[in-house]
Design a protein around this ligand. Sequence first.
Ligand code: APR
Length: 243
Amino acid sequence: MNETERYAEARTAVAEARSVVAFTGAGISAESGVPTYRSAGGLWRNYQAEDLATVGAFQRDPETVWGWYSERRSMMGSCEPNAGHLALAALEERLGDEFVLVTQNIDALHHRAGSRRVMEIHGNAFRTVCSVCDYEVEGLQYDTPKSTICPSCGAWLRPDVVWFGEPLDQALLNRAFAAAAACDLFLSIGSSLLVQPAASLPEVALSSGARIIEVNMEPTWLTPEASWSFQGPAGEVLPALVG
Ligand code: APR
């Protein structure tokens, strides 16, 4: 089957799907200028994750961790959603409640592209929460350490992201797994599928009989299992699939 036929087949699968789960990783934001983690130029190629993205790192040196997330916030805030984000927002528009977007990304670009039915299972870098009590605030600017002390209990405030070794929001994760088990089409987009428990979502979809479309720049363990796998930039492939 040639490329045109593969695209036509996958496009029909998207058009005929009764319920769709789109699962995204850092790759969908690469064309917007947000670095990925593990591919060329990825964050973990230049930083030690355990020095910046763990509770231990934050307890040892909250100012360095805050400085890094503050840099990432302004970088991500200056990026724009790309055609891949917009294609998923259009798919949600078309499918309504039969569409769920589960993202590992913390850059809020899906929201800015217009997606509303979004599960941010690794959190959102622009939201700030207290490391002890349930105080939460959107868009707090980190300028001095003083600005990151909880006004209600005096503990450190932190970015509302899931750090290595931390548990994910179990209720949110259960909803994501339930959606993956119920869908008939699962799109895996821009993820190396190496980090658990997120990387088990495609497995649940597969074992529940869903068809899989993968869009990634390089093969993953899912590639041989996918009904269609497209190795190319999400910003080009997704618009061609969603139509
Ligand atoms: N279009 C599609 N895929 C792309 C693009 C692109 N333009 N650019 C890169 N990719 C692919 C890469 O080939 C890579 O396989 O995106 C994938 C990104 O993989 P990772 O960098 O590992 O990112 P991700 O899978 O989202 O990581 C999961 O790991 O560090 C933690 O919490 C962090 O949420 C993150 C999790």
